[in-house]
Write a protein that binds this ligand. Structure first.
Ligand code: PAF
Length: 278
């Protein structure tokens, strides 16, 4: 396994191989990331994993500075997973002019759901992912469904801009109690960690209500929000939307997704469940 820090070296390596799958990450890898790598290995002969904490997608007061940088431990995991290359550029390598004058502007969806609470976040994601795609030039790229809105925006970007990259959505990895795996889980106190799986439970309850034939989505959203707030969460949103477009769900939509983002103490958690309307 090579650890490459410069764009030039990555490009040199890329000329020597075909059939590349790509997993972009910000490092601090857990089982969820390794599931992406495993899937990537099924798709192509060579897997490249990028590790880059992208300042552009963090807002003021978010955890850019305290985001764990753990390259050494990550490299051990990725070597065991038989990854071909780790691409770990520093900020000067990826943003040499500091100001990234040209950025990728996603459509209005970037201002909804998580975007309503994290201004410019998805512009930062779309910009860095485009840069990484241009550098790595993968045939396929794997993205986790946990970041559902990110996945939707990247799928839309690749389709609209005719990028020759196949995007592979990978199911969310979960702890035994249902909590979605996330690098941010490590910020939770013991009590918060016990409480955290409620986020997944309220989403499951919403799905169960729809499955039983109750299509009053707004009432389900309100009940879920109330349940979380009663247990100390600060809720950004709990919503049922249409899969794919992420438009607000309407009666008659067949494929839906229940999504939530809420803060427990200082930690913001997100989760979602795809489901078919009964
Ligand atoms: O999902 C993430 O870890 C990041 O948003 C990504 C896709 C690596 C871009 O920085």
């Amino acid at each position: 396994m090579k650890i490459i820090h410069t764009i030039q070296e990555l490009r040199e390596w890329r000329k020597t191989v075909s059939n590349v799958a790509f997993v972009p990450t910000m490092g601090n890898l857990h089982e969820g990331h390794l599931a992406l790598v495993k899937r990537a290995k099924q798709e192509a002969q060579y897997v490249v994993v990028s590790i880059f904490v992208n300042r552009l997608q963090f807002g003021q007061g978010e955890d850019f500075d305290k985001y764990p940088r753990t390259l050494e431990q990550d490299a051990v995991k990725l070597r065991d997973a038989e990854v071909a290359v780790i691409f770990a550029p520093d900020e000067r390598e990826l943003y040499p002019n500091v100001a990234q004058n040209y950025q990728v502007e996603p459509p209005h969806l970037q201002n909804e759901l998580c975007g309503a609470f994290r201004p410019n976040h998805f512009r930062g994601v779309a910009t860095v992912v485009t840069k990484l795609f241009n550098i790595v030039q993968p045939d396929v790229a794997c993205f986790g469904k946990k970041d559902y809105q990110q996945l939707t925006i990247i799928q839309g970007m690749v389709a609209d801009l005719n990028s020759p990259i196949r995007i592979i959505p990978v199911d969310t990895g979960r702890a035994a109690d249902g909590l979605a795996l996330s690098s941010r889980n490590q910020y939770l106190s013991e009590a918060e960690r016990t409480e955290a799986p409620r986020l997944y439970r309220v989403l499951r309850d919403m799905v169960a209500k729809v499955a039983s034939g109750n299509h009053d989505y707004v009432a389900h959203e309100r009940a879920a929000r109330q349940e979380l707030e009663t247990h100390g969460w600060v809720v950004d949103y709990v919503e049922i939307r249409e899969q794919g477009s992420l438009k607000v769900a309407r009666l008659g939509d067949k494929q839906l997704v229940a999504l939530a983002a809420a803060r427990l103490g200082g930690t913001r958690l997100i989760d979602n469940i795809e489901f078919d309307a009964a």
